[in-house]
Design a protein around this ligand. Structure first.
Ligand SMILES: [Zn+2]
Length: 78
C-alpha cells in the first residue's frame, strides 16, 4: 500500500493521490476562488452587476439579431 510522502497517510492505489493532501489542496483552491486577492468586495459587486447587465442586454440583442437575419432571409428569398 502506498503512503503519502508529505503527510504519511496510507491510501489505496486506486485513488492515485493522497486523499488528505488532495482535499487540502482543493479547499485552498476554493478559498482562492471565493476571495480573489486583487478584488475588493465593492469591485466584485460592480463586476457582478456588469456581468448581469451584459446578460440582460446581450440576450435581447441576440434575439433581435436572429429576427433581423430571418427577415433578411425572407426578403432575399422573395
Ligand atoms: Zn498526503
Amino acid at each position: 500500500m502506498p503512503f503519502c510522502k508529505s503527510c504519511g497517510t496510507l491510501y489505496t492505489k486506486s485513488l492515485g493521490v493522497c486523499p488528505k493532501c488532495n482535499a487540502e489542496q482543493k479547499m485552498e483552491e476554493q478559498n482562492l476562488e471565493a476571495t480573489p486577492a486583487d478584488e475588493s468586495p465593492a469591485e466584485a459587486k460592480r463586476h457582478t452587476r456588469r456581468r448581469w447587465l451584459a446578460i440582460l442586454l446581450g440576450i435581447p440583442a441576440l434575439i433581435v439579431f436572429i429576427y433581423l437575419m430571418g427577415l433578411f432571409m425572407k426578403v432575399f428569398q422573395a
